[in-house]
Ligand binder design. Sequence first.
Ligand code: GLN
Length: 443
Amino acid sequence: MHPPPTGSGDPQTATVVILRGRLDGPASPAVGQALQDAYAAGAQSLILDCTALEYLSSAGIRVLLLAAQQGKARGGRITLQHVRPHVREVLALTGLLDVLHVESGPGAPPSSRMPRASAALREASERDLQAAIQEIHAHYRTSDDGEVATYIPELSKANPDHFGVCVATTDGRIFSAGDCDQRFTLQSISKPFVFALALEAFGDEQVSRRVGVEPSGDAFNSIELQAGTNRPCNPMINAGAITTTALLHAKHGADTFELLRERLSAAAGRTLELDQAVYESERRTGHRNRAIAHLLLNFGMVHDEAEAALDVYFRQCSILVTCRDLALMGATVANLGRHPVTGAEVFSAPTMKQMLAVMFTCGMYDYSGEWAYRVGVPAKSGVSGGLMAVVNRQIGLATYSPRLDARGNSARGIEACVDLTGRFGLHAFDALNAGSNFLKVLA
Ligand code: GLN
């Protein structure tokens, strides 16, 4: 446990708070409280003496940022003094040296470049990430909110207790907890990949004549097309995905499914199989999707062989993956289309940008806005309980838990992602996220 910081000095001006040991997830609440107490005692500004601070995690930085914000609101500020080089390195990586007024000292990395993390920092961060994943897994596995999907009869056989959380980095490291080798069908998580393949085969202009990129605000299986254009709103809902699959089918005919399977396998880094029973179950009962396909045919949005295209759609939804596969598929996307372990160039970088944008706005169906607000990274869910999230250039994050909420998203998966991305500041607009390096390059 972190020893409580001690305060001293004139409360009317700056109060000195001494930070010691590790300022990480477990220590953060106590330190946060100590900083609050210092303000409450009348301090306007805080000087944080970091001589004895050995380790600072993203959770610790958040506490400091919060305190800085409070300081600013009262016309003061916080200043970090005597920061050790490896702690400074963490702050430099997030680009927050100025925001936190870190006094310059020996070993300060140049602020105009993003330095790479040292081996020690890497090791400490790896430990943190693995511990966080295990903690999150242990915490949310006790939640039994949501129901396993039954509208595809075969899916109802899933074990509702299965739960896996896995992170794959774009340099090929894997962190996991729980049932990460349990196989389940891809379902709607196939949709962004098929969209990417359609873009690569036909280009943006042709694809956008058939399918939009606007969030629908409706359920994934809604039978509705955009007024005026008769296009499905976006390729992440069933109508849009059937359309992109049909585009590919118009070009590749009977080879379409094998082609999709090959590319999805390359994204995962191993050969993915079809779950014949789930495929047949959906083919037998997928009347709603059949209705959608025929509506699309009626408006000329798909070619004449709508039934054959629908069959490919049912098969792509029935491709078997594990949570670990999903994390690696996400990492391939995060890595601009290149598999982090095999090195295979699966997709082109511009396609990944388009795919991620649509995942960001539409990937969680009618929960997409709230997801963007709470989690803030592109993601895609499927009704078998998989969820794949992508932190651009950094990681693929996957969860598997078949209990779904009312919108068809994995209930535990959502909470696990909110928690993990929150702890590590992965939200696209989090203060810890340095984002584009445009200005740094421009300078
Ligand atoms: N195969 C499923 C369907 O069409 C996919 C839906 C989903 O995963 N949300 O209903």
